[in-house]
Design a protein around this ligand. Structure first.
Ligand SMILES: [Zn+2]
Length: 240
């Protein structure tokens, strides 16, 4: 993302959902409940990561198709689309917020009716996932829907924002968490390879500025993060 100076105090406006959006929320919550039931049936409480490995790919595809069971479900009610989605996705795109320092601040921004960029222009942005500095994952958009994180790359790619400033590296916890998301996506969509994407037409792990049509400024996520992408793949290859 390339947004700036987001006040942490902004609250989302009154949520007035269209039928389509309301359906989206229900299907998302329904998927989450199924996922939680699956977790409970496996007797999971303390070792969440170990428990997740007990799912076969088939079970995961059935139970958590659109919601990642290790993410806090924090679905936004606008600034995403249920149409124009291309599945299977081509891979996962890495972003840095460069504005929202916390996940609640990012949720608030994505929930705004009118999102403003630093230059005052309006935008509509969102990502499927957000990861805090300490590795906490929130899911804002069902992966069956389209989040608006990378322009023309949005329909076919899953997106993840990392709280931080462009120019900083990701924390070890963020690298592990995004590696887990990539591994989970690969389990559901085996056509997504656990390797770096070479360009926007490729598949795998990509980043926002990989294509100028995705990022005009070319700033996000910044060189230190791009240099860390192979470590994310390593975590994904190790499984979660
Ligand atoms: Zn970005």
């Amino acid at each position: 993302m390339e947004i700036f100076s987001i006040p942490n105090t902004i609250q989302p406006g009154t949520l007035v959902l269209s039928g389509r959006e309301r359906d989206g929320r229900e299907s998302g919550i329904g998927a989450m409940i199924i996922a939680l039931q699956e977790l409970t049936s496996h007797g999971v409480s303390s070792a969440r990561n170990r428990a997740a490995r007990q799912f076969s790919s088939e079970e995961r595809a059935l139970s958590t198709m659109a919601m990642y069971e290790m993410a806090e479900p924090k679905l936004i009610s606008r600034n995403f689309s249920k149409t124009g989605v291309i599945r299977p996705p081509k891979g996962l795109v890495v972003h840095v917020t460069d504005g929202a320092r916390t996940l609640p601040a990012l949720f608030n921004f994505f929930s705004l009716r009118e999102q403003k960029l630093r230059d005052g222009s309006s935008t509509r942005s969102s990502s499927h996932f957000g990861i805090g500095k300490e590795g906490t994952i929130w899911q804002f958009v069902d992966t069956d829907h389209q989040a608006f994180a990378q322009g023309p790359g949005a329909p076919a790619w899953i997106s993840v924002e990392h709280c931080g400033v462009i120019g900083e590296a990701l924390t070890d916890e963020q690298i592990e968490s995004v590696g887990n998301i990539l591994s989970w996506l690969h389990g559901i969509y085996p056509s997504i390879p656990l390797r770096l994407a070479k360009n926007a037409r490729d598949i795998g792990l990509a980043y926002h500025s990989i294509d100028t049509s995705w990022s005009k400024s070319g700033r996000c996520p910044g060189k230190p993060v791009i240099a860390q992408l192979p470590r994310i793949v390593e975590f994904a290859l190790a499984g979660y």
